[in-house]
Design a binder for this molecule. Structure first.
Ligand SMILES: [Zn+2]
Length: 89
């Protein structure tokens, strides 16, 4: 898998976790994530963040992830990708 695939997965992740994507796209993401440790890690941290947001936010709040949390996660994700590229030489 190339890093560019990870970026595509990242771009779709919040919709993926909200079950807003067509089944074929979900399957592509599933199969990518299954074989991509940085994405596994990222999905887990994103899920946790969403759960935390839902615990502290009002139930009628439609946004799954506030912008600061999203920016923080994106930074963590970019860092994970950079480390992975470094490890691959
Ligand atoms: Zn990936």
């Amino acid at each position: 898998m190339k890093a560019s695939d990870c970026k595509e997965v990242f771009a779709l992740l919040s919709q993926y976790l909200d079950r807003e994507l067509p089944d074929d796209i979900c399957q592509e993401i599933d199969s990518h994530i299954a074989d991509c440790p940085p994405c596994i890690q990222f999905v887990e941290s994103l899920k946790k963040s969403i759960e935390l947001c839902r615990e502290c936010a009002p139930a009628e709040e439609p946004s799954p992830l506030p912008e600061p949390a999203r920016a923080r996660l994106q930074a963590a994700y970019e860092k994970a990708l950079a480390e992975r590229r470094k490890a691959e030489g």
